[in-house]
Each structure stands twice: as structure tokens, then as C-alpha cells.
Design a protein around this ligand. Sequence first.
Ligand code: ADP
Ligand code: MG
Length: 347
Amino acid sequence: MRNKKKVVTSLLCGVSSLVLAAVPVMADADIQKYTNTDFAMDTVVSETLYTTGKDLNETVGDKIREIETGLLSWTDENSQIAKLNAASGETAEVSDELAGYLQKIFQLAEDSGGAFDPTIGKIIRLWDIDGENPHVPEQSELDELLKDAGYEKVSLDGDKVTLEKGATLDLGATGKGIGCDVVADFLKTQTEVSGMILNLGGSSVMAYGEKPDGSDWKVALTDPRDTEGDYLGAITLNGGEFLSTSGDYEKYFMEDGKRYHHILDPKTGYPVWNGLDSVTVICDSGLLADGLSTACFVLGMEDALKLLDKYDADAAFVDEDKNVYLTSGMKDRFELMKNTYTVRDLQ
Ligand code: ADP
Ligand code: MG
């Protein structure tokens, strides 16, 4: 988009230098920048909006909260997901909007061979990793809950959803990405908005439109082993792109030198230990960036690359030996900021 603007500007330059002097300056001067920090989906929301109209940051926060309470919440009994779970064993109807998300989510579950699985919510709660009582569960408890998990226990037929009795849905691994999509769709209806960067909890980011000065949208990549949350690099995003990071450093507890974190292998019900510390994915959908980052973390680098190819997505993998592996489309966008890490090519 930025390139298009440059072409238009240089065309104008050929026609009349007077026009060139007046048009961009006037337009940019009218654009106001509004920043805000909000709280939604149990996390901090950072918003930077560029518009010639009014400040929409509060409305953006409300949109995300509406999705959370109306659609996604596991605990709010009025949310569509909570209602579906309460109706486990029966067929229930959901909104067109949720049906659309579920269709993408179950396609990803299938494409990832179940590495990403939206039916493991009960197992996640058993570990209680970010709750009051994080602990390693008994194997018998895990085995019991594994029986009710498995994406094939859910069938979709248009807006009708059927969960096998005992099966539940938890969209935690895609919730923030869906939040980003909802905001992007809202912004498309706001003609005065020229650009926005939205960051949900540091793990899901939406870049929309462009900045008035034409400079890049940049997102910091967290060093997974820096306890202060310091950055190891920066990634450039274009307007219309979404980024998501899944890592073993966001929610975890340590026991006997082992890191028990919040990304589980649906086959075992245990945290994934495969040498990866984090995976960051960029693509043109918030839901998919979020789901893919979780899926790729579970799959490990080799299988993740096949999945990314299928979705035309790019990624940065950070491993425990302080290597950063970049897919070809990520190379030009990534800037290393810590010399304790080494950038390596994948393709
Ligand atoms: P974030 O917490 O930043 O959203 P993720 O997008 O990686 O991080 O989502 C992790 C969350 O997804 C976990 O907290 C858990 O609720 C759920 N989850 C964990 N493992 C899986 C998995 N293999 N498939 C689907 N969801 C998962
Ligand atoms: Mg995710």
C-alpha cells in the first residue's frame, strides 16, 4: 500500500509541483494519532490509531470485549461457546460469524494432524498453569480427560454444531487472533481511519493501513529467555497483515528443573518439549496467524514448514540453542537486536 502511495506521489510530481507541495502535507496534517492501553481477553491491549476522524480506541476495545463475552468465553455462561459446551451431546445452532470461525479452526486442526486441537480445554484447566494451583496432574486424571478430547468429536453442518457427549470447545489458541480480525473488519468500515496497529497481549498483532509518514509498522520479538521481557529482534509488518507468537515463556511453572508451559501436545496432554522456545507467524488472517503459531509450536520446525506453505504464511522459530530460523519471506522483515542469538536460513 505504501508503494502505491509513492507511485501516486511521483505521478503528481510530473504534473505539477504545486499540487505535490500542497496535497500530501494537507492530508498528513489532518491525520491525528491516538494511543491507548486497554484490557480485554485477560490481557493488555495496546492501540495506536491514525485517523482524520474521532478517536475510536475505546470502540475497538469494546469490539474485542464483545467477542469475548458474546462468542468465545469458556466461563461466561452467555457466550456461544459456553452454551455449546453445556449442550455437549446435542446439536446446537451458532451464529454465522462463529460458524465461519469454527470452519477455519477445524480445517486447521485437520491440516495440522491434530497438533492444533480446540477440544483440549478440560486438560488445559486441569494443569491450571496460569491459575491458583498450577501442578503436574496424575496420569489417570489426564487419561480420563484425553478420552473426551479430539477434534473429530465435533461435527459442523453450516450453523449447526454437534459435540459428542463429554467433548468441549475451547478457542483460547485463536481468541486473540479472532479479536484482531474483528477489529480489522471494523476499521474497513471507518473511511476516516488511515492506519492502526493493535497489539493483544504481546502475542497477537494486527497492522492496518499505513502510517502518515509512510514508515514501516514494526513489532518487537520477545527474547523467550529474557526474564525482563527484553527483545531479541524486530519484525516489519505491512498493512493488512497479522502476526502471532506462541512460546513456552508466556505462562509456565518450573518443577524439578522442567518448564511446564501452556502449549500442550493434544496426543499426550503434556506440554510440548521439542527444543523450540517460540514460533512467530505472519499471514493475512488473525485467526490463522494465531492458530498456526500454536500448531507450529506443537509440530516442531520440519512439519511446521509444510503447514506454513499450505497457508502461504511465514515464520520465525527461536530454539533453545539461541538460533533464529527464518522462512524465506521472513528474511527481509527481520532485524536481529541481540548478538547472543544467531539467525539461520531455513529455505
Ligand atoms: P496465547 O496465550 O498467547 O494466546 P497461544 O495462541 O499459543 O498463546 O495459545 C495457547 C493457549 O491455547 C493455551 O493457553 C491453551 O488455552 C490453548 N492450547 C494449548 N495447547 C493447544 C493446542 N495444542 N491446540 C489448541 N489449543 C491449545
Ligand atoms: Mg495461538
